[in-house]
Design a protein around this ligand. Structure first.
Ligand SMILES: C[S@@+](CC[C@H](N)C(=O)[O-])C[C@H]1O[C@@H](n2cnc3c(N)ncnc32)[C@H](O)[C@@H]1O
Length: 336
């Protein structure tokens, strides 16, 4: 079993503690670099060759290797020279000349039948071993969530490593279909790690990580919907997430999210509708009655001389100047 919390640094620290070896000595003897461990602590990456040398050194001294990188990831963490470009494929039989990026179907077929997403998620998981989150949260930005496979898997690994630290995650995605597919994967993530805030957005790349629109106009035309989940099972959560899917379907064009500048009229309309709805709700709460929308005729409940009445205001009147009985209506208006 691997010690040190499963990280390279942890394994080296365990090894040094057990053998009484100073970390600088370890670095010097294992990889000929006295500052190796300090560099790791500062977030430096290692090449597969260095990892192999560290493993060999520890194995030679009777300790299990650090072994933090599975063999299939070795190529990914190699910081070597770029690979030569692959020669363009000759035009050939479409059966054999398969180009996964030709259309969405081919793309989905490709990504769902190979281990690409798994390998990427595990590679990101390795990076988590190098971070030391500070309050208030671990912050993660996913620059293209797709169907959320990678994100969900990375969130699992984040939970394993930081089970009690809140997560603040922003996922950028342009395809509403992908947003829905991603959200469907989130119920058990939220359930296992309740201190999670996930924001899904299509703001510009420069704005999205901190959710800061560049211009006031973009800020005011933003459609912002919050869903705080309640319940005691991940099923409860998934039902509520399904409701927010309905919400997105109703408000936004089915193909893409509104792109702020292009769709701003749609956004302002939605915002106006939302404002109106809020005003109506407030009216309802206060028993204010809209008697005639066209004329702008509104009655407000009030008590005059211990008697329940309506104050009555019509559009274009400077102030509330009339009242009437509960039964008599506009015809019985009297000056205040
Ligand atoms: C390769 S996929 C990502 C796969 C994903 N990580 C997963 O786990 O499935 C790239 C994604 O980025 C999205 N995308 C491309 N350009 C974008 C942009 N400008 N803003 C937001 N999302 C974008 C695409 O819709 C696609 O879903």
């Amino acid at each position: 079993m691997q010690g040190g919390g499963g990280t390279l640094l942890g394994s080296i620290s365990d090894f040094c503690r057990r053998t009484g070896m100073a970390e600088s000595t370890f670095g010097r003897r294992a990889v000929n670099d006295g500052k190796f461990v300090a560099r790791l602590r500062d977030g430096a990456r290692v090449t597969p060759e260095t990892l192999t040398r560290v493993n060999d050194f520890m194995a030679k001294h009777g300790a299990p290797g650090a072994g933090d990188a599975p063999p299939e990831l070795m190529a990914l963490i190699h910081a070597g020279a770029p690979q030569p470009a692959v020669a363009p494929a000759q035009k050939a039989d479409p059966e054999t000349n398969f180009r996964f990026f030709d259309n969405r179907q081919k793309y989905l077929l490709f990504v769902n039948t190979c281990s690409e997403k798994d390998v990427i998620a595990r590679r990101v998981g390795l990076e988590l071993g190098q971070i030391h989150p500070r309050p208030p949260a671990v912050r993660l930005f996913d620059a293209g969530m797709g169907d959320g496979t990678v994100l969900a898997r990375v969130m699992r690994e984040m939970h394993r490593r930081f089970p009690t630290v809140p997560f603040y995650i922003v996922g950028k995605e342009i395809s509403l279909e992908d947003v829905r597919l991603s959200l469907r994967k989130m119920a058990d993530r939220f359930f296992e790690h309740p201190a999670t805030v996930l924001v899904v957005t299509n703001m510009y790349y420069s704005e999205a990580p901190w959710l800061q629109p560049r211009a006031v106009s973009a800020a005011t035309s933003m459609v912002w919907h919050e869903a705080a989940l309640t319940g005691t099972t991940s099923h409860d959560f998934s039902e509520q997430i399904a409701t927010s899917e309905e919400w997105t379907k109703r408000l936004i064009t089915p193909l893409e999210w509104p792109i702020p500048s292009f769709f701003s009229p749609v956004n302002s309309l939605v915002r106006t509708l939302a404002d109106i709805r809020e005003v109506f709700c407030e009216f309802q709460k206060r028993d204010i009655q809209i008697k005639d929308l066209e004329r702008g005729l509104i009655d407000f409940p009030a008590i005059i001389g211990g008697k329940e009445v309506f104050l009555c205001w019509e559009q274009d009147e400077d102030d509330i100047e009339f009242w009437h009985d509960l039964d008599s209506g506009y015809a019985g208006r009297e000056r205040l």
